[in-house]
Design a protein around this ligand. Sequence first.
Ligand SMILES: NC(=O)c1ccc[n+]([C@@H]2O[C@H](COP(=O)([O-])OP(=O)(O)OC[C@H]3O[C@@H](n4cnc5c(N)ncnc54)[C@H](O)[C@@H]3O)[C@@H](O)[C@H]2O)c1
Ligand SMILES: [Zn+2]
Length: 362
Amino acid sequence: MQRVTVSLADRSYDILVGDGLLREAGRHVAAVFSPRAVLVISDEQVAARYLGAVTASLQGAGFSVSTALVPPGEQSKSKDRLFDLYEACFAARLERRSLIVALGGGVVGDLAGYVAASYLRGIPFVQMPTTLLAQVDSSVGGKTGINLPGGKNLVGAFHQPSLVLSDVAALATLDDRQFATGMAEVVKHAMIRDAALFERLQSQAARFASRDVGVMEEAVARNCRIKADVVAADERESGLRAILNYGHTVGHAIESVASYGHYTHGEAVALGMNAEADVARRRGLIDDGTHRRQARLLETFGLPSRLCEPLAVDRMLEAMQHDKKVVGGKVRFVLPEAVGSVRIVDDVTEGELRRALAALQP
Ligand SMILES: NC(=O)c1ccc[n+]([C@@H]2O[C@H](COP(=O)([O-])OP(=O)(O)OC[C@H]3O[C@@H](n4cnc5c(N)ncnc54)[C@H](O)[C@@H]3O)[C@@H](O)[C@H]2O)c1
Ligand SMILES: [Zn+2]
């Protein structure tokens, strides 16, 4: 097992990463909280596989456990499910010292985290992320929230968990595209901060692809460390934290322009990293070899480096203008300057973008 401590002044907490942690959840939660009422929030698909073990373990450690389930999928990050969960909190008689556990992927983490941030003006919560994306990305950083019909993550709060338990054994039951989506964020972290991780991903690609618990434990902990360090330096996203958006400026534009469900988030981010690296290459920040190395690594994990069908460049440019990352009318970009290092710029011209987006076309 690996332990990553996230240092945030008065709200430091540990991320534990290991094989079989969900079965031992009670013991680890009891190391942080004395026995009390716990509401475990999960989605139906994750609950079918893992809720029994988590509940039994928490009860074994003396916690009094209630559960509330939502349907799997992004649609559950809605005001209707949020208010259902407030009712569940009330029915479970949660108090301010009670505990919420988020057991599932990023959807459950964001939704249950926001319940914990807002019910009774905030109660503690523990994340038990079960997707690779949630383990390496969404469970670290304290962002919680729901979607509105007009856009994603428009209502939310920063609310840090008291403990994160990442069980890498749970990754075995993810479908391939969902696993690849998490790998896109892993490659992103390597590109922005960690050349050694990038090399390990290349040299041990087969062990990663087979979700070997040893390499995954090591890699998830490493990724949490990278994200936690960036977040600790910039908890409320004023500067440095923006580097975590590498691949996401173009990636979000692809997600919003392509028909819904066409690309997973990770596939869109892979395409975005490819386009943003292309801008960097044309500027002479990186050489052709670095651009190709990134594309090859993404392909190793089943992630695309070209669109699978044409996508209108004008519509992608327009979507970028509407992105939350626009500051004072300028779109901020994160461009690689080497494997393991990026810089933030706001002077990418429309011409540069058009060339990179044209090169993404099939
Ligand atoms: N808070 C943040 O900082 C942050 C960062 C990135 C993404 N997000 C959010 O995360 C969400 C996406 O998260 P996600 O990709 O984990 O999606 P998800 O939570 O929808 O999970 C994907 C699917 O996998 C299933 N699943 C989960 N764990 C499983 C397991 N171990 N075995 C088998 N199936 C399993 C789920 O039931 C679901 O159907 C988005 O809403 C996004 O906005 C938040
Ligand atoms: Zn992402």
